[in-house]
Design a protein around this ligand. Structure first.
Ligand SMILES: Cc1cc2nc3c(=O)[nH]c(=O)nc-3n(C[C@H](O)[C@H](O)[C@H](O)COP(=O)(O)OP(=O)(O)OC[C@H]3O[C@@H](n4cnc5c(N)ncnc54)[C@H](O)[C@@H]3O)c2cc1C
Length: 498
């Protein structure tokens, strides 16, 4: 909740004190800031490109562009608001000549510091490029500008009886540009996959100022290297998206949801495997462990039976008769794996009640750990989830750190929350040591450090645990090829060698 609160304050243009901002910046700054060439001539050029009302170096504006949803922050020197690709081409040409860093920013809901302008320079606000250009019912595609809010695209598609499935929990705020840059996931990925699966074509402004087009409108396209796939998840380091063509699906007819309560996580994970093995693919299978169940029960008016050690939320979509039948089978499977209580939700009102439980987790964790939490989003093959959760319990005991786990069990994607007071140095150090061991466990199980949130600066210190030197070298060469002067979102993802 705190990151969201910070975000809301930021977006509402409420000015934080500069002293506080500077304190954060000194504490969280990842590396030395080089001084960009931002003189009067440069500002004049910006005004020529964007117009006076879309360029600002007022402190309030700079502060508003200094944060994402982590606690990291750093002031840009100037904020510009783009309306079209031509302006962005001109900006990048100028900044490439003058070696001024540029940071594309969507809604700044990122959880890894990706949009934070650590090297100063230009914060490029993309939120005014927010047109849904076309919903094409014949080809089942949407063409949008990058500032479109994910939830707005979903609603617009629904009006046409269509469905844009990727649904990060931030969908009411986050933008499509940010979603594509981060390769965002969400709750429905178990059945529908992540953002990557829905991007057909992109218009991209390169750091050197050229506009390129990747992909095509065709569903099948194997002509040349897949530059679209390279751009998805590139975290704003290779190019700035100015237009995107996205795949849509027919809107599923109906939804049913259930909550199943287990005594332990192992039984819940057995149920997840058994449901999939029964060839039922829910649209969502969300998990919460005993720590989350306890925290939710403590603070909310939600029914959580005594002795609950794990909860599964299962949601199916499709034709009513079929999904009602499949849900009954899911609940039977859960019971046979040890679920001792189940709540089946067939009406919209009942479904909301079931989702209230899932939504309550994050705020409840902040309530029981007001000093903060270290929040990671590791992902392992689904079959390794039980081993991961056992490993996390052991690590938690060894370091004396409470760790609460919840997330997308159907994808093997677990949000690991080390509940520590981050203002207490010793406690924070114990938390980070525990998290490093969780990462080691994840890698040993064939998993990944991040299933959804990306690297940004938050995961940089751990990247070498997963990516060997040769692969890292290839990635650095790609960055250098696209951005020879390292001006677009510099020093994110992997540490620069310069
Ligand atoms: C409460 C909450 C819940 C969340 N839940 C999820 C979740 O379920 N799944 C998930 O995957 N993430 C989740 N996130 C993380 C975040 O919402 C996603 O990473 C989202 O995709 C970021 O979108 P944004 O518009 O806020 O991007 P920003 O934070 O503004 O930017 C993120 C990155 O994208 C780059 N970028 C932005 N626009 C462009 C563009 N036009 N061209 C090129 N690069 C660009 C930026 O430079 C930056 O590196 C959550 C965050 C919060 C606060």
């Amino acid at each position: 909740m705190l990151p969201l609160l910070a975000l809301t304050l930021t977006r509402l243009r409420i000015g934080y004190s500069c002293t506080m901002n500077r304190r954060h910046r000194v504490k969280n700054r990842p590396r030395k800031r080089h001084v960009p060439d931002i003189g009067e001539g440069f500002r004049k050029r910006l005004v020529q490109i964007f117009g006076r009302e879309s360029v600002s170096d007022e402190m309030e504006e700079r502060i508003c562009a200094s944060y994402d949803a982590t606690k990291r922050s750093a002031l840009p020197d100037v904020v510009v608001r783009a309306r079209n690709a031509e302006q962005i081409c001109a900006l990048m040409k100028l900044c490439n000549e003058r070696l001024v860093p540029v940071y594309a920013q969507g809604a700044c809901t990122g959880l890894v510091g990706g949009a934070v302008p650590f090297a100063g320079g230009v914060a490029l606000d993309m939120t005014r490029m927010n047109r849904i250009i076309e919903i094409d019912r014949r080809n089942l595609t949407a063409t949008v500008e990058p500032g479109v809010v994910t939830g707005d695209l979903q609603k617009e598609a629904e009006k046409a009886g269509l469905f844009y499935p990727p649904d990060p929990a931030s969908h009411e705020f986050s933008t499509m540009g940010g979603n594509v840059a981060q390769g965002a996931g969400g709750l429905q990925c178990v059945k529908y996959g992540v953002t990557r699966e829905y991007v057909l074509a992109l218009d991209v402004v390169l750091p050197t100022g050229e506009l390129i087009h990747t992909g095509s409108l065709a569903i099948k396209d194997v002509t040349g290297y897949d530059l679209t796939a390279l751009m998805v998840g590139s975290e704003g380091t290779l190019g700035i998206f100015t237009r995107m063509v996205l795949r849509l699906l027919p809107l599923p007819e109906d939804l049913v949801t259930s909550l199943c309560y287990f005594r332990d996580a192992e039984a819940a994970m057995d149920a997840v495997s058994a449901i999939i093995a029964a060839k039922i693919v829910p649209r969502a299978i969300e998990f919460m462990d005993d720590e989350c169940a306890r925290s939710v029960r403590g603070g909310q008016d939600l029914h959580i039976p005594d002795h609950t050690g794990a909860v599964l939320l299962i949601e199916l979509d499709g034709k009513r008769a079929l999904i009602e039948d499949e849900m009954k089978r899911c609940v039977e499977i859960c019971r046979s794996c040890g679920a001792f209580e189940a709540f089946e939700a067939y009406s919209a009102e009942e479904r909301e009640k079931a989702w209230d439980m899932r939504r309550a987790i994050s705020p409840a964790l902040y309530k029981i750990s007001p000093g903060g939490k270290i929040n990671e989003d590791v992902c392992v093959p689904r079959s390794e989830l039980t081993k991961l959760l056992h490993g996390i319990k052991e690590i938690s005991g060894k370091h004396g750190v409470k760790i609460a786990c919840f997330g997308h069990a159907g994808d093997g994607n677990v949000h690991v929350n080390a509940l520590v007071d981050l203002s207490d140095e010793a406690e924070a150090a114990r938390g980070y040591a525990a998290v490093r061991e969780v990462f080691e466990k994840v890698i040993s199980l064939g998993g990944t450090l991040s299933g959804e949130h990306g690297v940004g600066v938050a995961k940089q210190p751990y990247l070498a645990m997963q990516i060997p030197e040769k692969e890292m070298e290839i990635m650095r060469s790609i960055k250098k090829l696209f951005d020879p002067n390292n001006i677009l979102n510099p020093n994110k993802m992997f540490p620069s060698q310069e």
